[in-house]
Ligand binder design. Structure first.
Ligand SMILES: [Zn+2]
Length: 69
């Protein structure tokens, strides 16, 4: 490869603060998905008597083995 063809590679931010932020955000989103798919139901539901969220994820809930009905 000739000197004029050296590739430019973008740098990646690997600082500890950035990694901690990504880890916290990923953990929060994972726990939110876990709650919405598997736990939100009935008296403990964040959405009150509205069962739209529960019904929307109902098949996924049974597929993943969460207790339901
Ligand atoms: Zn069910």
């Amino acid at each position: 490869m000739a000197n004029s063809q050296i590739a430019q590679v973008a740098t990646v931010d690997l600082s500890a603060a950035s990694a901690a932020l990504w880890l916290a955000a990923t953990a929060f989103m994972a726990l939110l998905a876990l709650y919405i798919v598997g736990i939100d139901q009935g008296a403990v539901s964040l959405f009150g008597n509205d069962t739209h969220v529960h019904e929307f994820f109902h098949d996924a809930r049974h597929l993943l083995g969460f207790p339901c009905h």
